[in-house]
Design a protein around this ligand. Sequence first.
Ligand code: FAD
Length: 445
Amino acid sequence: MSRPRILIVGAGFAGYRTARTLARLTRHRADITLLNPTDYFLYLPLLPQVATGILEPRRVAVSLPGTLRRVRLVLGEADGVDLDARTVHYTDPEGRGGTLGYDRLVLAVGSVNKLLPIPGVPEHAHGFRGMPEALYLRDHVTRQMELAAAADDPESCSARCTFVVVGAGYTGTEVAAQGKLFTDALVRKQPPRTGIRPHWMLLDIAPRVLPEMDERLSRTADRVLRRRGVDVRMGTSVKEATHDGVLLSDGEFVGTRTLVWCVGVRPDPLVEGLDRPLERGRLLVDPHLQVPGHPEVFACGDVAAVPDLEKPGQYTSMTAQHAWRQGKVCARNVAASLGIGTPRSYRHRDLGFVVDLGGAQAAADPLGVPLAGPLAAAVARGYHLAALPGNRVRVAADWLLDAVLPRQAVQLGLVRSWSVPLESASPELARVPGAPDTSATEKDS
Ligand SMILES: Cc1cc2nc3c(=O)[nH]c(=O)nc-3n(C[C@H](O)[C@H](O)[C@H](O)COP(=O)(O)OP(=O)(O)OC[C@H]3O[C@@H](n4cnc5c(N)ncnc54)[C@H](O)[C@@H]3O)c2cc1C
């Protein structure tokens, strides 16, 4: 008899955990295929540390072939699912199409940058959702500081030294907090001739930073940011973006060459084409993570609207914590549907959050206990080390080196502005047809 074919689409927190758990549960009783654009699992919570020179990029990229035994990796991006024919169509990194059949399907494609209809933002802002964007930002910030150091014109120098981050969720807050430390370190080595200093702004229409988290975490983060010199402006957003700067909602124009867009995410649009019920763009599933009417199809992570059994009437939030735990339950239920074990409902209470603000500062509330300062920073780093499914020694070594050595700030120039467009659903595969070869001259420098 042929073995059942399990196809997992997406190797993020949810898909990676599903694949790893299924490989263990099924042994050789099923064929497990993982479809993902890259050959690595990206540990997103540490991406701000890649962008600000603390971690080398490969530290947060855990090899899929190297860590997932008994799982076949197919490199590609799904672009269509045929629920009747039980097939998924995909495009591989070289642009060739392919089709994969399945007996069980797990959709775990995560989310993409959320765009708001604000003039100039798609052209002039950059998102922060993938490795290319983190590498681009690291180079871009370094380049702005180097150009500012040599500039004689105060206006241009000030624009290069001004970095605007929109969105004060955990991503924007960490980028601004750690970015300020990064540019302060750069400026100590090579101060601008004009005497102008780096100016980081963090904007959000919400009344407080970390608006979706406990107020005590908000207060800690706000205090650290302001003490560090970050210009925190809540209740403020961007009305228009241009090449020279941004017009704020209060009418002020801020000259800048850097607009980092961290306003949040929306579910990956792949599920819109399924013709199944959605909840704010997320594919509706039952507490067993199965799509109603299609018991052979499962979904988990950011892309799935999973009923929150701890908060009746609500759906689980889009966090790594939920995605990781849903992956495990999803694997058990897929295995159960093949006669291995018994199914269970997804139920999980938040264990708290950690927000690493760089240096010896963090805000954390493990098990609801609010922590700040070096203790919170130790908890945050310990948590990340425990949660990383690989590369732990390398990450710890980078942290150690960062504590005793100056940051390495050199531009590698491997990622160009046009190859990380804000609207890109999957930055890893981003290709803009007909994009100019800017390898010699960077467009926005
Ligand atoms: C910078 C950043 C920092 C964050 N920090 C935190 C944090 O500190 N704490 C926290 O709880 N959450 C954090 N989050 C949110 C958290 O990372 C997400 O909730 C989590 O990644 C969701 O897991 P997922 O598996 O659903 O999606 P993802 O982890 O995004 O994985 C989706 C996978 O699917 C792949 N994929 C996408 N489309 C396709 C396709 N069409 N075909 C095939 N594969 C596809 C992607 O390449 C990716 O590998 C952060 C997010 C970001 C961007």
